[in-house]
Design a protein around this ligand. Structure first.
Ligand code: KG4
Ligand code: ZN
Length: 362
């Protein structure tokens, strides 16, 4: 079954074609990072307008890159939740129109659930002009523990089967990617904060600043807002001002070494927190596989610490499939289609805030 996936929930316009939930035939992503970095974050109005410009060319390129025509496509899968409403509308309207026009079944996909399915892509057709991805050698087995860490989500989920899962814990305040982005702002590092902190951290000393780990009643829950505030206070103390000093004026007073050391110290504690919880869940539930998903899963230090602490070999999805993409949408679309009827192209609606637990199929 060959599925065209479409993703437009935030600031990436993406289309991809995946066969049988495992074989990547094409993967097109147009990122708006350059546009939004001018503002230090995603501007919803601009995001929606940029999606409108990009969506048709991106879908067209996904087909031509795969050397396929519409006759070869068996179904369309599209992100309908969660995300920015204007952004989601562009992808879903395109998908609905194409499903009608080309007479294809249409499947609605949950973005966060789909991040996990980046780990199910294990094969790729060689393509001119696009790099060969370093893919896992096999699909994860159930029960599967998933650590989902993105700009909007931080959660630990135990999958018993496709669509049959249980939320073990989640963040009580900021998502971990959000903490990376906010701390980057304090340190004066460019948007998006995750990759710039990771780069600065390579040069820094992770033991330079002592930062706290949040203690919570549920051992699988997270909290990152206190860590972000702790960084703010530590930076203020380091440059010799008090807590009333405006945070946006702090970065100019940091030396490069201080900035790198703060980036490394923050990243180390944030990653350790994630790995502590994952290790605890691993011991308690004894899963057959562990996967990480979402933009923060691209973080090398997270991969290093997780592999060092867990007693099973972990195969990671390539970075290009960890941040937002449509390959994961098409991959999940395949498994979803095994168990569900398609949605009506006249009726599919977007749901900007929909937690993953509401979509468990079991
Ligand atoms: O999954 P994603 O692309 O979009 C959402 O669905 O949220 O995740 C974006 C988040 C941002 O917060 C970004 O700073 C973070 O992922 N991120 C990283 C890295 N690459 C992206 N965080 C840490 N290290 C990275 N290498
Ligand atoms: Zn995402």
């Amino acid at each position: 079954m060959i599925i065209l996936g479409i993703e437009s929930s935030c600031d990436e316009t993406a289309a991809a074609i995946v066969q049988d939930g495992r074989h990547l035939l094409s993967n097109v992503i147009v990122s708006q990072i350059d546009i939004h970095s001018e503002y230090g974050g995603v501007v919803p109005e601009i995001a929606a307008r940029s999606h409108i410009e990009a969506i048709n060319p991106v879908i067209h390129k996904a087909l031509t890159d795969a050397n396929l025509g519409w006759d070869d496509i068996d179904a369309i899968a599209v992100t309908y939740a969660p995300g920015l409403v204007g952004s989601l509308l562009v992808g879903t309207l395109a998908a609905r129109a194409l499903a009608l026009l080309k007479n294809k079944p249409l499947y609605p996909i949950h973005h966060v659930e789909a991040h996990v399915y980046a780990n199910f892509i294990t094969e790729q057709s060689a393509q001119e002009g696009s790099p060969a991805l370093l893919l896992p050698s096999k699909q994860p087995e159930f029960p599967m523990l998933a650590l989902i860490v993105s700009g909007g989500h931080s959660q630990l989920v135990l999958f018993k089967d496709h669509g049959d899962y249980e939320l073990l814990g989640q963040t009580q305040d900021d998502a971990v990617g959000e903490a990376f982005d906010k701390v980057a702002k304090i340190l004066g590092l460019p948007y998006p904060g995750g990759p710039s902190i990771a780069t600065a951290a390579l040069r820094g000393d992770a033991s330079k600043y002592r930062l706290p780990k949040a203690k919570l009643d549920n051992p699988y829950n997270f909290s990152f807002s206190g860590l972000k505030t702790a960084v703010l206070r530590a930076v203020q103390a380091e440059v010799g001002v008090d807590y009333t000093f405006p945070s946006h004026e702090l970065a100019a007073r940091l030396t490069d070494t201080q900035r790198d050391d703060f980036a490394a110290s923050f990243q180390n504690i944030a990653v350790e927190t994630l790995v502590d919880k994952a290790e605890r869940a691993f011991k308690d539930f004894d899963p057959r596989s562990v996967v990480i998903a979402g933009g923060v899963a691209a973080n090398q230090e997270l991969r290093r610490q997780l592999s060092a602490r867990l007693p099973l070999p972990i195969e990671y999805a390539p970075m290009q499939l960890c941040t937002d993409n449509a390959a994961m949408i098409a991959a999940l679309g395949y498994f979803y289609a095994q168990k569900h009827q398609p949605s009506s192209p006249f009726e599919l609606e977007v749901i900007p805030s929909l937690s993953m637990t509401k979509t468990a199929w079991a």
